[in-house]
Design a protein around this ligand. Structure first.
Ligand code: UD1
Ligand code: CA
Length: 464
């Protein structure tokens, strides 16, 4: 494909979103809207990409860290035509055609864009615009055609007559244009319309009036050109995207027991023969291995999960790493910095944070493991707590290999339990324990026979 430049319009506030956030920063599939457009545009290997920003410009700019785009500021949002014009100087000597996309139309696909560019070039058109036929065209600009079906002009919904509003063919908001035609014609656009804005698609009527050739390409699947102007549309788009992502993973060999309640964000990858139960959210940069089983109600963010891992019902994993064969849950919470080696078991009501746990170690019940490293084949009894915080600073706990920590143990960090140590149940460990040692707290157990009955009798006298 010959040289192409891209202009992405992302300066608008998105009034209809009723939000403090610029519209293009609203997210679907966990990713800001305009990044979808940018990533798709980049697949065409454009020579230059300019993004027009204005409302919340800094925030939008910070949402993308790549270097290969030019940010253009449109000080006042006077309309889409004005927005494109503000990028004029960035394409002053640009040799190719320009592709113009909206930052709020995230699902537009690469093949669709390629088709549009190819048609534009075949037809040697001055401009080509993408259209779609919608059952519910409300909110979009309409395409006006003459008796022969040739395009005459476009009209925005707000400026349209009743009759025009019944037209179902709409302007999809994606265009390819010859550079000179585009910028010259934009200079002639006026803002004498209901919104007082300079409309980019007005150049269709002007161009045709000047005898220039304008073509249209109808998009195959109208869902991909849906724009987002309201929260309702955002939710609908999220659903469309989710269906697309879920289908992709099912096609790749992942079982989703209930795709309707499975939420897999755009940046996630999943290995084949993994089985995912209902109400699962896989977010951020999460990687799930092969043959894993996720029972359901799992929330996994930015985590790396090896193969054959079993996440039992209702677990939360945040920025954690879990190796092959580990078993987690039900009701477990792995907080950032958790790293579990192969075959570790983390059971009900266990919380971990900055915890490195060695192969085969188990912490099966009611435990807090924070700021600690634990060796392999150790067993952490029910109710064990690493006391890592004294109200001022955090301290580390170190536990060796093959350590037996009895139930109801408090490990007062900083503290180190050597390999093969044995902690008696209900111990408070404040000092390092050398390898192979037993540690217990001196405490006498006393039994008073008949105590309960005596107590009850005594209490009877006092009770009304
Ligand atoms: C626009 C089209 C409409 C089309 C629809 C398709 C115009 C006038 N209308 O309408 O025909 O059916 O898209 O989705 O173009 N923007 C700026 N600066 C501005 C104004 C807008 O950068 O001054 C950006 C917005 O951030 C947005 C894009 O341009 O990303 C489209 O603007 P929006 O206001 O959403 O236009 P629509 O009313 O949807
Ligand atoms: Ca829009």
């Amino acid at each position: 494909m010959a040289e192409i430049g891209v202009i992405i319009l992302a300066a608008g506030q998105g009034t209809r979103m009723k939000s403090d956030l610029p519209k293009v920063l609203h997210r679907i599939g966990g990713k800001p809207l305009f990044l979808y457009v940018l990533e798709t545009a980049k697949l065409l290997q454009p020579r230059r990409v300019a993004i027009v920003i204005g409302h919340g410009a800094d925030a939008v700019r910070h949402a993308y860290s790549g270097a290969e785009v030019t940010w253009v500021t449109q000080e006042k949002q006077l309309g889409t035509g004005h927005a494109v014009l503000s990028a004029k100087h960035n394409f002053a000597e640009f040799p190719g055609d320009l592709l113009i996309l909206s930052g709020d139309v995230p699902l537009i696909s690469e093949p669709t864009l390629r088709t549009m560019v190819a048609r534009h070039r075949e037809e040697k058109a001055a401009m080509t615009l993408m259209t779609a036929v919608l059952a519910e065209p409300r909110g979009y600009g309409r395409i006006l055609r003459d008796g022969q079906g040739a395009i005459k002009a476009t009209v925005e919904e707000k400026d349209a007559t009743e009759e025009q509003r019944r037209i179902q063919e709409v302007n999809a908001g994606a265009y390819v244009a010859q550079r000179d035609f585009l910028f010259k014609t934009l200079e002639q656009v006026k803002n004498d319309n209901r919104q007082g804005e300079y409309y980019l698609p007005d150049i269709v009527g002007i161009g045709l009036g000047d005898g220039r050739k304008i073509t249209t390409v109808e998009v195959g699947d109208p869902r991909e050109m849906m724009g987002i102007n309201t929260r309702e549309e955002l939710a609908r788009m999220e659903k469309t995207l989710r269906e697309r992502i879920n289908k992709r993973w099912m096609d790749a060999g992942v079982t989703l027991k209930d795709p309707d309640t499975t939420y897999i964000e755009d940046g996630v990858t999943i290995g084949r023969d993994t089985i995912i139960g209902p109400n699962t959210q896989l977010c951020g940069r999460t990687i799930v291995g092969e043959r894993c089983q996720i029972d359901g109600s799992a929330y996994v963010m930015d985590s790396e999960i090896g193969s054959e891992v079993h996440l039992l019902f209702s677990v939360v994993l945040m920025s954690s790493r879990v190796e092959q064969g580990a078993r987690i849950g039900p009701f477990a919470h792995l907080r950032p910095g958790t790293s579990l080696a192969a075959n570790v078991h983390i059971g009900n009501f266990v919380e971990t944070k900055e915890a490195k746990i060695g192969e085969g170690t188990k912490a099966n019940h009611l435990t807090y493991l924070g700021d600690c490293t634990i060796g392999r084949d150790s067993n952490i009894g029910a109710g064990t707590i690493t006391c890592n915080y004294d109200g001022f600073a955090k301290y580390k706990t170190q536990i060796g290999d093959r350590v037996q920590v009895g139930s109801d143990t408090t490990l007062v960090a900083p503290v180190c339990l050597g390999d093969d140590t044995y902690v008696a149940t209900a111990s408070t460990v404040r000092h390092d324990v050398p390898a192979g040692a037993l540690v217990y707290n001196e405490r006498q157990e006393r039994v008073r026979e008949g105590w309960t009955e005596k107590k009850r009798n005594k209490m009877k006298g006092t009770k009304k």
